[in-house]
Design a protein around this ligand. Sequence first.
Ligand SMILES: [Mg+2]
Length: 292
Amino acid sequence: MLGAGGQRNQRKAKGTMDFAFQRSYRGPLKGIILDWAGTTMDYGCYAPAVVFVEVYRRKQVPISIQEARVPMGAHKKVHIRKISQLEPVAQRWETVHGRRPTEEDIEAMFQEFIPLQLACLADYADLIPGTLEALKDFRGRGLKIGSTTGYTGDMMKLLLQEAKRRGYEPDATVCATDVPAGRPEPWMCLQNAMQLRIFPMEAIVKVGDTLPDIEEGLNAGMWTVGLARTGNELGLNEAEIARLPADVLEARLAVARERMRQTSAHYVVDAITDVPPVLDEINARLARGERP
Ligand SMILES: [Mg+2]
């Protein structure tokens, strides 16, 4: 038997069901969520990479810095596990230890990783040039500034102090250890939105230097900007970039940009200093009723 509502729907079904009204957000951006290493500090994203190499060296399984960089962006323990699953690494491990790495090996390496990472984090805490100017631009637009990271809470506590001494204080920081799972799952971004009390998600843009950074933003329903030059994709610091022949640098940047586009980043630029004009474009798209 149909109630009053059911009868109404039945009448509607005869003529008006072909169209539905949809609410769309037309306001401006309200927040920006920034990654840490390779985005605002640690040009080339070296701090984690060198420690992953050291942790594997201590297990008599040498890995290259390129292998150490493959899973960058993930929770650091997940990262250690993912390195161990790279086939060449797993084979080298088997040659040395007579078996593939186990979950116990991963846990043991993570426990070694923590103090080693804490010991050298401050050495890589300098802000990427132009970060303070970009932050000033974001603040000038009235944006709240959030942040996400694959670092643990203890590591972030230290880095937040280092960042503050250099003039950078985000309004919110969420670590992989604060949520059920880190990148590429969206929880760190959503937790930022909640802490900053900003919505809807299409009023927020996520900026980062790795593919999981882009995925976490997309999974959260936010706009995403990938940084190709200052982070893990290129994997070089300023001095190393300065020594590269221009054509080699351009070729390597082209690969990084393409990988980020293939991951469906809305925008790919070189560095955080290139983000302000992107925000203008996103605001124009929002005003037209577009969504990420
Ligand atoms: Mg990063």
